[in-house]
Design a protein around this ligand. Structure first.
Ligand SMILES: [Fe+2]
Length: 270
């Protein structure tokens, strides 16, 4: 064994191997601040400007393309382009809407810690924002993805219920079921589409926070299947390219009930 390598932290090893350390999940070794105890960090003027550019650009791209449940949630968050929102304020808005909260986490966290938080109706969010040269793409989540992409939909009662149950079910999953749940998460929470009276729209955070996916996901370059869990959990994906295959739900009730039914049949929910 390479003893030199063993002394390195996961981050140092990743950097040595050319992997962006932000992409390596970390275990939480101590409790993370939640809700009102989250301190607003110092952000430079350039970082507030980064938020402003991303927020305005994405909001105009999303107009008419994102589902109304997301837009309603975003209005409850009172996001503004003036400054980076405080996680504490986002947490308060969530608590009022669906009794969810935010915890500030240092980066990508290990899935066990992630599911434990979801089970407690807590969404783990980063508070750092991507650098200016990463405006169009960042390999790991930052607060623009976490806060702008994920939190508005958590104000929707069906989605809020579903996401907690997803956490509970994931904690009970056997090792061979992890990949199935991972795929389910990818094709719903991150890359989900929804059929509405206004046509097909977006609800997945990975699309909402991405410059190129908004237009791509609704174009004829994508094959869209209807929401069928057996199909979703058998659909492979890869993270580095625009998604060629997506799934569309008909409603958030369908997402909640469909997942619960499947998870019960698999013995993952009671
Ligand atoms: Fe995400």
């Amino acid at each position: 064994m390479n003893t030199e390598n063993e002394k390195l932290s996961a981050y140092e090893k990743a950097a040595k191997e050319g992997i962006d350390p932000r992409c390596i999940p970390q275990y939480l070794t101590e409790p993370v601040p939640e809700g009102d105890s989250i301190v607003y960090p110092y952000y430079s003027d350039e970082e507030h400007e980064t938020w402003r550019i991303l927020f305005n650009r994405q909001m105009s791209l999303l107009s008419g393309n994102v589902c109304e449940e997301y837009m309603h949630g975003a209005s409850l968050m009172h996001f503004s382009d003036k400054k980076i929102p405080a996680l504490r304020d986002v947490s308060r808005s969530l608590q009022k809407a669906t009794d969810w909260k935010i915890a500030r986490v240092p980066g990508l966290i290990h899935e066990k810690d992630f599911f434990e938080l979801l089970k407690r109706r807590i969404f783990p969010s980063t508070d750092y924002i991507r650098q200016r040269h990463e405006l169009d793409y960042t390999p790991a989540p930052d607060m623009f993805h976490d806060v702008f992409g994920h939190t508005p939909l958590l104000t929707n009662p069906n989605f809020a219920e579903f996401y907690q149950e997803f956490g509970i079910a994931s904690l009970r999953a056997k090792p061979e079921q992890h990949i199935l749940l991972e795929r389910f998460h990818w094709f719903t929470v991150e890359f989900g589409l929804i059929n509405t009276q206004k046509g097909r729209q977006i609800y997945g955070a990975g699309i909402i926070s991405s410059l190129n996916e908004v237009t791509h996901s609704l174009s004829d370059k994508v094959t869209v299947h209807k929401f069928e869990i057996e199909k979703i959990i058998n659909q492979e994906y890869e993270v580095w390219h625009l998604q060629p295959v997506l799934f569309a739900i008909d409603s958030f009730e369908q997402l909640e009930n469909g997942f619960a039914e499947w998870a019960k049949s698999e013995g993952l929910l009671e």
